[in-house]
Design a protein around this ligand. Structure first.
Ligand code: ZN
Length: 419
């Protein structure tokens, strides 16, 4: 019964997400990429002006200077969402969403159906860059739990309304993965999208068992978590197709994607991006979304970090911006003096042969490094780098495991602090 409810839910969702608004937007987006680049710039400027004009009726922005970079952060939106609403009261097309919040406290956001349809159009625009047509079947690996059906060992379900095979990141056992692979072939998916932590487990399984997928797969894309370049290579080797990345947030203030040459580009159709320098080559991503006419978020600090700024890319797509999304501003560990130490992604370069690694701080000066199956690390080097960053000696245990600590939303964070 619950599985039927999921299917019906998906059909309703596809009607909201992929109706007339969706098709209209997708057509406009595609034409922007085909036309004169100057026209794209003009279109963006117009979108920005329109949303700014609208935002002036929200109490937070008022008539004052609201365009300062990064003025709005999550804590303000969390405590006073009403200040960002342009109209009082709730009207029929308004949709309320909640983010799970990696630090435990989520945000309540309001948007409307048109904005949701626009977000879906941005997704299909991205897929179209890789030769995927509207309506092509796909597989999504995400953090929803799925009720088991009869004769089904894994956690998967076909959602005909969305033309999707949905797989839960909570079940990555070898038996379940075998079922997912069979389901992928049977359903004939052309694209796959999901959390890299889960996709890498599937990729490792494919390579270990030497599975040859009988599929015309065009694209494997990742999102919601960081992925290393070694992880991307592993996906390419296992799935034998293009591997890309899509960056966005529930707040929907901006979007980025990774082009076939490996550069991250501002997608350009969701919002403006400003990079706020935090350190050498390290920027916080600040977005101003074009589409939320219920609760506009402008100059919004996403808390996500971009590294390696790029101004040019030979791929021919507009708005190249950077190399890696390195994690979140709040990914840090503590030394015994209580100093926060962040930017830990670089120490994971010592880990080889597995796409997944997670550093857990279990106490002051005490750490556990969780590695996926087959992962190899030079423990001495890893420990030395960690000690250099913290400025003190630490105890490090390396643990190999199949299952990682996941957030409520099913994500794996690369840095977890248990103190
Ligand atoms: Zn490029």
């Amino acid at each position: 019964m619950k599985r039927t409810a999921l299917k019906i839910g998906a059909a309703v969702l596809s009607a909201t997400r992929q109706g007339a608004d969706f098709r209209k937007r997708l057509e406009i987006f595609r034409s922007l990429f085909q036309g004169d680049p100057a026209r794209f710039d003009e279109w963006r400027l117009r979108r920005r002006q329109e949303i700014e004009l609208l935002a002036r009726s929200a109490p937070y922005y008022g008539k004052g200077e609201f365009l300062t970079v990064g003025q709005v952060d999550k804590s303000v939106v969390r405590s006073r969402p009403d200040l960002f609403m342009v109209r009082k009261g709730i009207w029929p097309s308004v949709v309320k969403t909640k983010t799970s919040g990696t630090t435990g406290v989520g945000l309540t956001l309001y948007t409307d159906r048109e904005a949701i349809a626009t977000q879906a159009a941005a997704w299909w625009l991205f897929r179209s860059f890789f030769g995927i047509e509207l309506g092509d079947r796909g597989m999504v690996v995400g953090g929803r739990r799925i009720p088991r059906g009869s004769g089904c060992l894994g956690d998967w379900i076909v959602l005909p309304g969305l033309r999707q095979l949905y797989v839960s990141s909570f079940n990555m056992s070898a038996n379940a993965i075998d079922e997912y692979l069979t389901a992928m072939e049977r359903y004939g998916v052309r694209w796959v999208h999901g959390y890299p932590s889960a996709l890498l487990v599937i990729a490792e399984h494919i390579l270990r068992k030497n599975v040859r997928l009988n599929l015309d797969l065009r694209l494997v894309s990742t999102g919601s978590e960081t992925i290393s370049s070694a992880g991307r290579e592993l996906l390419k080797e296992a799935f034998r197709c293009e591997v890309s990345e899509f960056y966005g947030q529930v707040e929907n203030v901006c979007a980025m994607w990774r082009c076939p040459r490996g550069t991250l580009h501002d997608l350009g159709v969701i919002g403006d991006i400003t990079l706020d320098p935090r350190d050498d080559e390290l920027f916080e991503i600040v977005g101003s979304g074009y589409w939320n006419s219920v609760m506009p978020l402008l100059g919004y600090r996403t808390g996500d970090i971009l590294t390696g700024r790029v101004d040019n890319c030979g791929c021919g797509f507009p708005y190249p911006i950077g190399l890696e999304i390195e994690g979140r501003v709040d990914d840090y560990v503590l030394n015994s003096k209580g100093t926060r130490v962040g930017r830990l992604a670089r120490i994971f370069t010592h880990v080889r042969n597995c796409g997944e690694a997670q550093l857990v701080q279990i106490g002051l000066k005490r750490f556990v490094l969780n590695l996926g199956r087959g992962g190899v690390v030079d423990k001495t080097e890893f420990q030395r780098d960690l000690q250099n960053m913290l400025g003190e000696e630490v105890e490090l245990t390396v643990v190999h495991q199949d299952e990682f600590v996941r957030t409520k939303g099913g994500k794996v964070k690369s840095v977890v602090r248990e103190i």
